[in-house]
Design a protein around this ligand. Structure first.
Ligand code: ZN
Length: 150
């Protein structure tokens, strides 16, 4: 595994709509491992592929306290939110926008569809920090940054 450099605003890759993933290749398996290592070593709870310069629809999330991280890594290819309910305000930061935090309004509960680490279709519900994290990372795949929502 390798820790990857994280692109920061205003890098144009962060403003590009990422391409869907059509097949799980060895390169993508390695990218997932490297993204996880990068996220953990930078104390993040989520990371999207464009943040490390790969403009593909892939996110990783592990929205639990640091000492519990690494046990239940969420990997999603081509994630979509099919339903959003309620509203929650969360103070967000982003590894691509260093030293800025802001309160952002998101859906409180979401239904998510995508492909898991093994490229198997999954659908599940998420709430709280996990829901916020998925919404934040999914925005990256559409070229959006959290401060666009302020
Ligand atoms: Zn971010």
């Amino acid at each position: 595994m390798a820790r990857l450099p994280i692109l920061t605003h205003p890098n144009p890759v962060l403003r590009t709509i990422a391409a869907p993933v059509t097949a799980l290749t060895p390169e993508l398996v390695k990218l997932v491992e490297d993204m996880a290592e990068t996220m953990y070593s930078d104390d993040g709870v989520g990371l999207a592929a464009p943040q490390v310069g790969a403009s593909v629809r892939l996110i990783v999330c592990d929205p639990v306290p640091a000492e519990q991280q690494g046990k239940d890594l969420l990997v999603l290819f081509n994630p979509e939110i099919t339903l959003g309910k309620g509203e929650v305000e969360w103070e967000e930061g982003c590894l691509s926008v260093p030293d800025v935090n802001a309160w952002v309004t998101r859906a409180e509960r979401i239904t998510v569809k995508g492909l898991d680490h093994a490229f198997k279709p999954v659908t599940f519900e998420a709430e709280g920090l996990k829901a916020v994290c998925i919404q934040h990372e999914l925005d990256h795949l559409d070229g959006k940054l959290f401060f666009d929502r302020l």
